[in-house]
Design a protein around this ligand. Sequence first.
Ligand code: FES
Length: 99
Amino acid sequence: MTGRLVRAVAPDAPAVRILVDGGEVTAYAGESVLVAVLAARNALRRHEFSHEMRAGFCLMGACQDCWVWLADHSRVRACTTEVADGMHILTSTPPGFAT
Ligand code: FES
């Protein structure tokens, strides 16, 4: 699958296995959740109110356009959160999460 981003340099960091909405994605240690998801998919998430597709905006932790959820339903900014092996990322608001 081709994503919105293409890594310009082959990562020399170890590969880590993450899940995005239950699908396995290969990421590399040290990269952000946003890079890992956008290297694999065309969008990061659906906006919780408009439901339009979003890919982040500022990429530096300021705009809050990149909220995603982890399997424990904690919410993180994808652009400032590093991937971790076994991380399960949810790109839609989990049921019962107050927006
Ligand atoms: S893209 Fe702006 S806070 Fe993450």
